[in-house]
Ligand binder design. Structure first.
Ligand SMILES: CCCCCCCCCCCCC/C=C/C(=O)SCCNC(=O)CCNC(=O)[C@H](O)C(C)(C)COP(=O)(O)OP(=O)(O)OC[C@H]1O[C@@H](n2cnc3c(N)ncnc32)[C@H](O)[C@@H]1OP(=O)(O)O
Length: 195
């Protein structure tokens, strides 16, 4: 995405979905394994933060971007994908080194620091995507549920999205706190080992 941004400039913001989405669908489908890793105790992490992380991203990718063609050419796709991917450049190599029982201090610092600006920005970008999608879902009546005539003709999916906007900030709070604790645990252990 960075290379495309340098080559095509602003134009690259509008075709991110068409060029990157297959890779994103593939990676985010594989990311569900992270929840299983946590659930079966394969890694030292909580199931809830991992679940929030994976469900949060997959909801945006599969429901908001995946089902609405109208979202595909919007720059918000670029920002969401870019912010999601930026942390993974440090996170997965950090895990890989961990599997070999080795560590590169700069990488560890980046893994436990870069999320501080990225997480709120990521959730903000996702919230923009949801807000942009609400009128489209309303117009198309996609996923709307038919209700008895006395209550109107149908219950729009946009109500679910409005509720989801609140859940997002709750999720942000839970995961921000989790990552903060992981950061403290990591650097406290390191300091103790150094003494
Ligand atoms: C009720 C809820 C309903 C759902 C509602 C949904 C609402 C959605 C709201 C929020 C949506 C957010 C969507 C996401 C947005 C973004 O991504 S924005 C961009 C920035 N994002 C980030 O920075 C987050 C990146 N993700 C993560 O950090 C994780 O997914 C995490 C779960 C949030 C935290 O990771 P965690 O595993 O807990 O911490 P670590 O310290 O890294 O790891 C702990 C130990 O486990 C080892 N480990 C983990 N995974 C692996 C692995 N795959 N392979 C090998 N080892 C692994 C790791 O090495 C650590 O081990 P120790 O070193 O022994 O401690």
């Amino acid at each position: 995405m960075t290379v495309r941004l340098f080559i095509f400039g602003k134009d690259s913001l509008y075709d991110t979905f068409h060029t990157i989405s297959d890779v994103m669908f593939f990676c985010q489908t594989l990311a569900t394994v992270e929840v299983l890793n946590a659930a079966f105790g394969m890694v030292r992490t909580g199931v809830i933060p991992t679940f929030i992380q994976v469900v949060g991203r997959n909801f945006i990718l599969f429901v908001i971007f995946g089902t609405l063609d109208e979202m595909h050419n919007r720059p918000v796709v670029f920002f969401v994908f870019y912010l999601w991917s930026a942390i993974e450049i440090f996170r997965y190599p950090f895990y890989m080194l961990g599997c070999f029982g080795t560590e590169w201090k700069t990488l560890t610092w980046l893994r436990y620091t870069v999320w501080i600006p990225l997480y709120p920005l990521g959730v903000l970008a996702e919230a923009f995507a949801v807000i942009q999608a609400i009128p489209i879902f309303d117009k198309k009546q996609l996923f709307s549920v038919p209700v008895p005539k006395a209550l109107g003709s149908s219950l729009s999916f946009s109500y679910v999205l409005q509720g989801y906007l609140i859940l997002m900030f709750l999720g942000l709070f839970i995961n921000f706190r989790h990552l903060y604790k992981q950061r403290k645990r990591r650097f406290r252990t390191k300091k103790r080992k150094a003494n």
